[in-house]
Design a protein around this ligand. Structure first.
Ligand code: NIG
Ligand code: FE
Length: 402
């Protein structure tokens, strides 16, 4: 293999403020990167690049850290495009359609599920995503939740047990029994295949889990050795955000409907990350992950990113790619929506889609390009990363295969 010089980079984003222009993106113009053994071996000005075994010239394109999509539900079968059409005609999104996907997922073979999963991961990589988290949550019984996680583990280390996605229809009158299953036998069977546990937390609803139920799910998962993440405050202001911060979840995702105390909690969660000068977390805080594709695809109000940034919360952006509330795999679209619809600056949005996602997954080897990090380079076919938001819908980004 040997070492490879990637040169001809018009603009390089390292996300290391100690490099380049000293901004959070650590921008270096006319840059080069040396990759060896799948890691970054050197970063700097092309004029100062060392000798290497191989050389790739990008001819004036830009390079950013590979997008980190820290929230996705790729483990499913079936189609809910008719639900989308009904929504565009005025139906609200409630999460009730999840049952349709559960039936289709249970009916699919392992081969079908894995082929579909690989297709979606390839679709993401072709758009610049180099790390993706994959949740279960469309199995909702012991056999199918374990299967989902076992298959997900074939494409990512970031596997999440979401047995508490919804209360399945056959348990509608026996919620307590489903909760006992998710916190007992199902958790025990799934824990060996999952790094994370998640819960769909909303104030009392037929589909999701209320504060007390969510607390039970999360504390049982933590006791089983899983790290925590939460779907919180998606459909209404609820207990999710405060529960996530209290229990030390790595991330609380959606954050669409927030009270002032929720914003305070997210600010405290961001502070607890204790980011150092190079942007590395030295503490265990909670990231607020915004999923603007959901608001786009459900025609809902966007989260107030400026309120969160103003308070000191640390933000990530992810797709939430799933068959119901948002079926897109595109991180560049999330960046464009964050800028256009949530008034994040292009720099804030790119940082949230890379470094923010890495913090939401408690990873220190991805989301930036410094010596020793994984060589996850995403090429933008443009003179600057600004084009990600400036040219929405144009396929400018792809992960670099070396
Ligand atoms: O993040 N809120 C819960 N889960 C997904 C939607 C899943 C579905 O509708 O199939 C979400 O929006
Ligand atoms: Fe989700």
């Amino acid at each position: 293999m040997g070492s490879t010089l990637v040169t001809g980079i018009a603009e390089l984003v390292t996300n290391d403020p100690t490099t380049g222009d000293g901004s959070p993106l650590g921008l270096i113009t006319k840059a080069a990167v040396v990759v060896a053994e799948g890691r970054i071996a050197w970063v700097g000005s092309a004029a100062a690049a060392p000798a290497t075994d191989h050389r790739t010239d990008l001819g004036g394109q830009s390079v950013v850290p590979g997008f980190v999509d820290s929230h996705a539900h790729l483990m499913f079968a079936g189609d809910r495009s008719a639900e989308f059409a009904a929504r565009m005609a005025g139906q609200p999104y409630t999460g009730g359609g999840i049952a349709t996907t559960v039936a289709a997922t249970r009916a699919a073979t392992d081969q079908e599920l894995l082929a579909h999963l690989r297709l979606l991961v390839a679709e993401m990589r072709a758009q610049g995503t180099t790390t993706v988290e994959v949740k279960s949550g469309y199995g909702l019984d012991v056999e199918h939740e374990v299967r989902s996680l076992r298959l997900a583990g074939q494409v990512t280390e970031e596997t999440t047990f979401l047995g508490a996605h919804v209360v399945p229809a056959d348990f509608a009158d026996r919620r307590d029994e489903y909760l006992a299953l998710v916190t007992g036998e199902m958790l025990t069977a799934c824990a060996p295949y999952a790094r994370w546990a998640d819960v769909f937390c909303e104030p009392a609803s037929a589909h999701s889990f209320d504060g007390a139920e969510s607390r039970a799910v999360l504390t049982a998962a933590a006791a089983a050795g899983l790290e925590l993440r939460v779907h919180g405050n998606q459909l209404s202001a609820g207990p999710g955000v405060q529960l996530a911060v209290e229990l030390g979840a790595a991330s609380v995702d959606h954050c669409t409907y927030l009270t002032d105390p929720d914003v305070d909690a997210l600010a405290a969660g961001g502070k607890a990350l204790a980011l150092d000068a190079a942007g590395t977390a030295t503490g265990r805080g909670t990231v607020a992950t915004l999923l603007p594709g959901v608001e786009f695809s459900t025609r809902s109000p966007y989260p107030d990113a400026r309120r969160l940034l103003g308070a000191g919360a640390v933000l990530a952006l992810a797709t939430d790619c799933n068959p119901g509330s948002c079926f897109t795999s595109s991180m560049p679209l999330m960046i464009a929506l964050a800028v256009r619809e949530m008034r994040m600056t292009p720099a804030e949005a790119l940082w949230a889609a890379t470094a923010g996602g890495a913090l939401a997954l408690r990873r220190t080897d991805i989301g930036r390009l410094t010596v020793g990090d994984r060589a996850d380079l995403t090429v933008i076919d443009a003179p600057s990363y600004l084009h990600l938001a400036y040219r929405p819908g144009v396929p400018l980004a792809h992960a670099l295969d070396l």
